[in-house]
Design a protein around this ligand. Structure first.
Ligand SMILES: [Zn+2]
Length: 309
């Protein structure tokens, strides 16, 4: 049997604990759900960055976009997926994740609300200035991770500009990590399945599940210019010439007169004939795992070369 004193002590203890927890729920942002993520620059303090620099001078900069992604994926899809992928890599190896801009080059999505687009010059300039800041603090090596097709040429130029004009050394993620990727277990596509399609939907279902509204996904009706429509079988087959010409003309701003902006070619903004509902978190998980593994292999290799300097 508890004594009366013990009982009172117990009651006071329980009251104190519930008061403390009431206070903490009452005084913090009800929308806050984030956990502090290791090696993610926006979450770190400056002493943590200094401690990081004792171990590594390696940075990964995801370059995404804010653009329409159909009825079922958010405007921030490319930015968020790029950042999440980078964070997963940074849990395996000492690499600082430093996103600089949310916005990319997306003029061909401007026919749909919410898209923001910046010029190539602006995107390169902003990133170069950010890289100079990081170099100032002692960072030296940069992996530029392009997370949006429309940024491909821009991130290639950015990598070269870092190498040509700063003390930093930069590589493009796709080029660096590609040779270390395990083969994709997905069977090759039989129909066009690009922007906002089953691959991007799968990645999003794994990387940012609460932001995917799969029930709103519907198969797009495509209205490609006739000569592009005629090229489709070769494009889907992976014929390099057909693919090159198709991408050179496809998905370009309405102002170019090519009739290939997303609003002109697709009823939903998705550039594909497959229903995005066919995307699965499992496929996204496989893709993320293959990407993280390949990135780790590349980073280990680069670190070996740096260690032997
Ligand atoms: Zn995208």
């Amino acid at each position: 049997m508890r004594s009366r004193k013990e009982y009172l002590q117990h009651v006071v203890f329980v009251l104190l604990i519930s008061l403390m927890s009431m206070q903490s729920t009452a005084q913090t942002n009800p929308l806050w759900t984030q956990q502090k993520v290791k090696n993610y620059l926006p979450h770190m303090t400056y002493p943590e960055v200094e401690a990081f620099l004792e171990k590594s001078d390696l940075v990964i900069i995801p370059v995404g976009s804010l653009e329409q992604h159909g009825d079922h994926l958010p405007i921030g899809t490319d930015f968020i997926n790029g950042v999440e992928r980078s964070k997963l890599i940074a849990q395996e190896r000492d690499v600082l994740v430093a996103p600089v801009l949310m916005v990319g080059q997306s003029p061909y999505h401007m026919g749909m609300a919410g898209t923001i687009t910046l010029s190539a010059d602006t995107i390169v300039q902003v990133h170069l200035e950010a890289v100079e800041s990081l170099i100032h603090h002692g960072f030296k090596r940069f992996i530029i991770m392009n997370a949006h097709g429309g940024n491909r040429a821009i991130t290639t130029l950015l990598v070269d500009q870092i190498n040509q004009t700063t003390a930093g050394v930069a590589v493009s993620f796709g080029q660096a990590v590609g040779p270390f990727m395990d083969p994709d277990p997905e069977p090759p596509a039989t129909v066009l399945d690009r922007h906002g399609g089953t691959s991007e939907t799968s990645n999003s279902l794994y990387l940012m599940p609460s932001l995917v509204q799969l029930d709103k996904a519907v198969a797009a009706e495509l209205t490609l210019p006739q000569h592009l429509e005629d090229m489709l079988p070769e494009v889907v087959d992976g014929d390099p010439t057909a693919l090159m010409l198709f991408l050179a003309e496809g998905l370009k701003a309405e102002e170019t007169g090519k009739k290939t902006s997303s609003a002109e070619m697709s009823s939903t903004g998705v550039w594909g004939a497959r229903d995005p509902k066919e995307g699965t978190a499992k496929r996204g998980e496989d893709a993320a795992r293959r990407t993280v593994n390949a990135a780790v292999r590349f980073i280990d290799r680069w670190n070996e070369y740096v260690g032997s300097q």
